[in-house]
Ligand binder design. Structure first.
Ligand code: SAM
Ligand code: SF4
Length: 468
């Protein structure tokens, strides 16, 4: 048995990629370890969306220098977006790295590791850059990595990510994703359906469809709404979610499908990024704040009880106090269930970095981040209050953070799960309830979590008379 250590940073797409890489290595006799010391192979699946994520990986690599010196047979690899972005630079900055593999080449990881072990030296496999050939050639060089799934590799057996698209063609000026993940390509519906049927057959209750702009999905005549109807028929599946949505592609056929299909979670993540038209234009998001408001009005019309979440970038190039105030206004007005807020991080190679100086000072970015978070948290907490005393249906995901530290032999444990509108619910339960959909009565709530207890089936008086 060889030992594999793998660390994953970044989005759900990376979590899925790591799951599949691990599965492919397990087939070749690897088992997982959580320590770099006893690992034969150490892999980092990386993110390039913000500088901070890259810095973390370079420092983690720095810490491995001595380990590699004392055991030259240890194989160290960098996978994913940073591998595609930095390529040979990684070998220059950390010469003891053996393997650099972009997200479009992950299917090659096992063979490349074998080559390194056979003494053939460092291996680099990346896809073509966005200007390095015809569209068809670039598309071919970014392969969707979706081998047969190994159920034992999923974080929980009841939930699974399913990729429906790879890449992105939107080219928002701040974003590195289109260059590292390649052109937007939708997977054929038959493949998605076959994978989802297999997952349901293995006991998976919830699938989460992934795409950078998931609602732009299009394969021939097939749209995301068509796919949802087909997935809905799969026996055993109880919930279907999809992330991340692009505001301009939020069509009525999709909202209608979410409304009419009981298995679709009433939850939409639709990043706005800013409330200022000047910023949206500089970001090249392709919509105005008025368009975004119109889209939100349609969401509320079709799905009055849906939870909507958003992403915002604060401190983008040239953002004034006035621009930022417009973002705050949008958050106050739209009352998102939650917002993910990021300080702008300049990405070399993007149009944003080329065109505009990164001129908002770090302390201003930080303050804006905190201020917006405060506004959002107050809204999240207020909007969770009406749940007090209510019964909600929860798909139980597993032990909560506290539960994970409890004695694994004890069947009683603190559990966590989600409502149909994606609210996190924590409650005391039994391990055998993991994977079930349970009614929970909510008795407390803060901004991010509802606390509850399992609704117990009250025995009626007739039960007592039966025994009499
Ligand atoms: N495709 C999705 C979308 O369009 O919303 C998400 C892609 S990105 C991985 C996730 C979030 O990171 C974005 O919504 C954006 O808010 C943020 N982000 C992307 N590039 C960034 C940058 N250069 N600096 C700060 N935040 C960034
Ligand atoms: Fe990046 Fe924009 Fe594509 Fe999202 S839509 S991945 S933010 S370029």
């Amino acid at each position: 048995m060889k030992k594999l250590y793998i660390e994953t940073v970044g989005c759900q797409m990376n979590v899925l990629d790591s799951e599949l890489v691990v599965a492919s290595l397990r087939k070749r006799g690897y088992e997982l370890t959580d320590s770099t010391c006893d690992a034969d192979t150490i892999l980092f699946n990386t993110c390039s969306v913000r500088q901070h994520a890259e810095d973390k990986i370079y420092s983690a690599l720095g810490r491995l220098k001595n380990a590699k010196q004392s055991d030259p047979h240890k194989i160290i690899g960098v996978l994913g977006c940073m591998a595609q972005k930095d390529q040979r630079l990684i070998f220059q900055r950390a010469p003891y790295v053996d393997l650099v593999v972009g997200p479009g080449q992950l299917h090659q990881v096992p063979q490349l590791i074998e080559q390194i072990a056979a003494g053939r030296g460092p291996q680099l496999e990346v896809s073509l850059g966005r200007a390095d050939g015809s569209r068809a050639a670039i598309e071919r060089s970014h392969e969707s990595f979706d081998p047969l799934r190994d159920p034992s590799m999923r974080p929980t057996p009841y939930q699974a990510y399913v990729r429906i698209m790879i890449g992105c063609d939107k080219f928002c000026t701040y974003c590195i994703v289109p260059s590292v993940r390649g052109p937007e390509q939708s997977r054929p519906p038959q493949e998605i359906l076959a994978e989802s049927r297999q997952l349901a057959g293995e006991g998976c209750k919830e699938i989460i469809l992934l795409g950078q702009t998931v609602n732009s999905y299009r394969h021939g005549q097939s749209r995301l709404s068509d796919l949802l109807y087909q997935l809905h028929d799969i026996e055993g599946l109880e919930r279907i979610k999809f992330v991340t949505n692009y505001p301009k592609d939020m069509t009525d056929d999709l909202l209608g499908a979410v409304r009419d299909l009981p298995k679709c979670t009433k939850y939409l993540h639709v990043p706005a990024q800013s409330g200022s038209n000047r910023m949206l234009e500089r970001m090249k998001r392709g919509y105005t704040v008025e368009d975004y408001r119109e889209m939100m009005a349609r969401i509320r019309h079709w799905l009055p009880n849906a939870a909507v979440t958003s992403d915002f970038i604060v401190g983008f190039c040239g953002e004034t106090d006035k621009d930022f105030e417009l973002t705050c206004e949008l958050v106050r007005e739209q009352r998102f269930k939650n917002s993910f807020i990021f300080k702008y991080s300049e990405r070399p190679g993007t149009k944003g970095a080329e065109r505009y100086p990164d001129d908002v000072p770090e302390p201003v970015k930080k303050n804006r981040n905190n201020d917006l978070l405060e506004i959002q948290n107050a809204i999240s907490e207020e909007d969770n209050q009406p749940f007090l005393g209510r019964d909600v249906e929860v798909l139980v995901e597993g032990p909560s953070k506290t539960g994970a530290k409890q004695d694994a032999a004890d069947p009683q444990v603190q559990l966590t799960g989600r409502t149909l509108c994606d609210r996190i619910v924590v409650f005391e339960g039994n391990r055998r309830q993991i994977g079930q959909v349970l009614p929970i009565t909510v008795y407390d709530a803060n901004a991010h979590t509802l606390f509850g207890h399992v609704v117990t089936q009250h025995a009626g008086p007739e039960l007592f008379t039966l025994g009499a």
